[in-house]
Design a protein around this ligand. Sequence first.
Ligand SMILES: *[C@@H]1O[C@H](CO)[C@@H](O)[C@H](O)[C@H]1NC(C)=O
Ligand SMILES: *[C@@H]1O[C@H](CO)[C@@H](O)[C@H](O)[C@H]1NC(C)=O
Ligand SMILES: *[C@@H]1O[C@H](CO)[C@@H](O)[C@H](O)[C@H]1NC(C)=O
Ligand SMILES: *[C@@H]1O[C@H](CO)[C@@H](O)[C@H](O)[C@H]1NC(C)=O
Ligand SMILES: *[C@@H]1O[C@H](CO)[C@@H](O)[C@H](O)[C@H]1NC(C)=O
Ligand SMILES: *[C@@H]1O[C@H](CO)[C@@H](O)[C@H](O)[C@H]1NC(C)=O
Length: 457
Amino acid sequence: MHQEIGSFQKKASTTNQIPPGMMKLIFLTIVVSFVSAEKVFNLSFCKLKKEDFFMKKQLHINLHEVTDLILRGNEFDSFLDCSTNLENLRTLDLSQNHLQRFFFLCKEEYNLQMLNVSHNKLEYIDDNALNDRIPRLKILDLSFNKLTIVNETMLQYLTILEYLSLSHNPIRDGIHESAFWNLRALKHLDLKNISAPYFSSGFFKTLTNLSTLDLSWNPIDTIPLLPISLQELDLSGTQVISLENFYLPQLQELKLNYMPNLTSLVLNDLENLTSLEMLSMIGCKRLIQLSLWPQLGIVLPRLQRLSIKECGLETLNNELHALVQRIPVIELENNPWRCDCKLEWINLLNSTRNLSRNIRCYAPERHHAKLLAEIPNYELQCEYDSSIFYPILWTCLSLLIVSLIIAMVLVFLKRPISQWSFKGRNGDTVTYKNVVESNNDLVRILAVSEAHERNEE
Ligand SMILES: *[C@@H]1O[C@H](CO)[C@@H](O)[C@H](O)[C@H]1NC(C)=O
Ligand SMILES: *[C@@H]1O[C@H](CO)[C@@H](O)[C@H](O)[C@H]1NC(C)=O
Ligand SMILES: *[C@@H]1O[C@H](CO)[C@@H](O)[C@H](O)[C@H]1NC(C)=O
Ligand SMILES: *[C@@H]1O[C@H](CO)[C@@H](O)[C@H](O)[C@H]1NC(C)=O
Ligand SMILES: *[C@@H]1O[C@H](CO)[C@@H](O)[C@H](O)[C@H]1NC(C)=O
Ligand SMILES: *[C@@H]1O[C@H](CO)[C@@H](O)[C@H](O)[C@H]1NC(C)=O
């Protein structure tokens, strides 16, 4: 501590003229003392080091009266409550500093309700940081730090916490199974981009009040067990492939944006999301199929907004007709739409939303870049599609061959063996010749069976 103060003084004395930063400080001090009547002390972006604040700033202000202390965007590398008097403090914003540690050590109990230490350099949370001295904490922002572990004791005292963000920390699998268990009042949990490969099924089991959960941009491939109280869920940027068995009856908003592994979505899988109002799938480049099987009861009865932009959809099947007609807002821009007979039903939709003005054709060539709405229906023809035709043709042919073989076997099995071999050899010369000449399975089989038919006569 002494060394640090020394270095601060030395630095101050070497800068003889008043630098612009200092000018700003002086100006801000005036503003601040004026504002302090409202008990808000705002010193954001002043290039303050902790020594500047604790040794100088706080001499000019009655810190013990301050309720909101905003120290955002300064150069604190640690924060220790013992150096100051924060009796009435409710909000402490230390975001965008260089914090490696912070402590609440000196007073029995604080009134602190909101602590923002996001965008700092915290690698771990000391036992004396989030302790029983701040039992009123409701909002805690730990995002954009370097935390690798959330152990079972780190958050244990925060029993009335409502908002927690741990987003953008390299936590990976460092969350202890019971890390969140005491956070029974939690409503909002942000775990975006924490490199978590999975979320254990026990993580959220006591969070019965959770309404907003962000699990986006984590390399998870399955959806974990989630609290059924959820109203908003973000799974964007995850590697989830299937959304089956998803039971969240209170969910209102679901974000599935930029999901690289999602290739098809059967909307029936979302049948248990009966309160869903907003479904967003933006930038799912490999999403090529959206389907809805006929079923009893309405799928997504409350849906108000469906966004499927910048995905890989070429067409929409008519089976979506009723759904599309029902949803007030649908966004379908920037998909590689193929404007042919399969999309005709959208053009015929009687809707004031002009869905077809949303659809800009990508293919076929002659309709490229046109709006679907601009193309008269008689021009929406389906082209002879070789990519589908040939597989169908070959499937039919092989089915034919297989059934012929089966028929043959059945015919042979019905005869006594001796009779078969005698007559078979008789016809053999004819058949063999045909095989060599045609070199074609179908012909060989036809020939064989023909031969046998002849033998039978
Ligand atoms: C915390 O501060 C950061 C940056 O200063 C800000 O973006 C964020 O919204 C704040 N968090 C809360 C919960 O207000
Ligand atoms: C949790 O982590 C903190 C900080 O790293 C450590 O002091 C504490 O002992 C850990 N608790 C347990 C139960 O491991
Ligand atoms: C996730 O965090 C990493 C750094 O930890 C960053 O490079 C990346 O851009 C973040 N991704 C998103 C989608 O925010
Ligand atoms: C998702 O796709 C990426 C490549 O696009 C692949 O590396 C990854 O293994 C896939 N994940 C799953 C769960 O299939
Ligand atoms: C189309 O909408 C108009 C006005 O909403 C309505 O009068 C008409 O009957 C509708 N036609 C069809 C085919 O649904
Ligand atoms: C839909 O199209 C009609 C006629 O083309 C136009 O009058 C109306 O304003 C459009 N509505 C919207 C919401 O774009």
